[in-house]
Design a protein around this ligand. Structure first.
Ligand code: 13P
Length: 284
C-alpha cells in the first residue's frame, strides 16, 4: 500500500493504548530488517530519516527505498523526516514524497518554535502530510547535567498546551528525561510530568532517545500516553556487534552479503522485540 501518515498510525495507537515504533533508516539492510520484523509481527511501522541519514543515503534513495517497502508490504508504513531543521527542508521532503515531517524548533525561543511549526503545518496539512514538533530539549548525553538544569530543559506541561493550540502539530515530542545515544547511567523518566502533559495536550506524544531505556519504563510511558517511540542506537549496536562477530569468526570473509546479512538479522530481532514491548505487534 502507499505510505500512510505518522498521525494516522499514532492516533490509532493513542486510542489503543500502545505506541508505534519509529526506526531510523540509513541503508537497504536496515529498511529490510524493519519491514521484515513489521510483517512478522503484523505491526504498523514508521521509517524515519535523520539529517545524518539523508546525508549518508541521499533523499532520493531514502524516498525510493521507503516507497518500494511500503508498496510491497502488507502492513501500514509511514516515512517521517526526523529532526528537520528548517521550513525549506520540510518542504523539500514533502515534495519528494515523505508522508510526515518532524520540524525541530526546540532550540529556538518559544515564540519562534511556534511560528516555524505553524508555518510548516499550514502547508503540510494542505497536502495530507502530518507534522511532529518538539518542545523542551532532549539531550545528547546527560550525565554531566545537574538536576536543576535537567528540569529546566524538560517540557513544561502548561507551555505544551499553549504550544499545541497555537502551532497545530499532529504529534508532540516531549523531553521527560531521555537522551539520544548510549546512556552511561540508567535514565530516569519523569512520569509525573508526562501524566501532566498528557492531561493538558490532546495530540499523540512522542518519546525520543528510547534506546537503553528499561522495558518497565517504556511500558509505563505507553500506559500513560506515549504513542510513538524512536529507536536508532539499539539498531546500530545490533548491526555493529553482528559485523564484528562475523569478521572475528571469519577473518578472511570478503563477501559483503555474508558480512552484512547476519547484521540485518540481528537488527530484525531487535525491531521485533521493540514492537512486542511497545504493544504495536498485531495492530496492523
Ligand atoms: P536513540 O538513538 O536513543 O534510539 O534515539 C533515537 C531518536 O530519538 C531519533 O530521533
Amino acid at each position: 500500500m502507499a505510505l500512510v501518515t505518522v498521525a494516522e498510525l499514532a492516533r490509532a495507537a493513542a486510542e489503543g493504548g500502545y505506541a508505534v515504533g519509529a526506526f531510523n533508516l540509513n541503508n537497504m539492510e536496515i529498511l529490510q530488517a524493519v519491514i521484515a520484523a513489521a510483517e512478522e509481527e503484523r505491526s504498523p511501522v514508521i521509517l524515519q530519516a535523520s539529517q545524518g541519514g539523508l546525508k549518508y543515503a541521499g533523499i532520493d534513495y531514502i524516498v525510493a527505498m521507503a516507497r518500494v517497502a511500503a508498496e510491497s508490504a502488507s502492513v501500514p508504513v509511514a516515512l517521517n523526516l526526523d529532526h528537520g531543521t528548517s521550513f525549506a527542508q520540510a518542504m523539500q521532503c514533502i515534495r519528494q514524497g515523505f508522508s510526515a515531517v518532524m520540524v525541530d524548533g526546540s532550540k529556538l525561543p518559544f515564540e519562534e518554535n511556534i511560528a516555524l511549526v505553524k508555518r510548516v503545518a499550514d502547508v503540510a496539512h494542505a497536502v495530507g502530510v502530518s507534522v511532529e514538533a518538539e518542545l523542551g530539549k532532549i539531550g545528547g548525553t546527560e550525565d554531566d547535567i545537574i538536576v536543576a538544569e535537567r528540569e529546566a530543559t524538560m517540557t513544561d506541561p502548561q507551555e505544551a498546551a499553549e504550544f499545541v493550540k497555537r502551532a497545530q502539530p499532529d504529534l508532540l515530542a516531549v523531553a521527560i528525561g531521555t537522551a539520544h545515544g548510549v546512556y552511561r547511567g540508567e535514565p530516569r523518566l519523569d512520569f509525573e510530568r508526562l501524566t501532566s502533559i498528557k492531561n493538558k495536550v490532546d495530540i499523540p506524544l512522542v518519546l525520543h532517545g528510547a534506546s537503553g531505556v528499561p522495558d518497565e519504563a517504556i511500558r509505563k510511558a505507553c500506559q500513560i500516553g506515549i504513542s510513538k517511540i524512536n529507536i536508532d542506537t539499539e539498531l546500530r549496536v545490533a548491526f555493529s556487534g553482528a559485523v564484528r562477530k562475523t569478521l572475528k569468526d571469519n577473518p578472511g570473509e570478503i563477501d559483503p552479503r555474508k558480512i552484512i546479512g547476519p547484521a540485518r538479522e540481528a537488527m530484525q530481532q531487535v525491531v521485533r522485540e521493540k514492537m512486542r514491548l511497545f504493544g504495536c505487534s498485531g495492530k496492523a
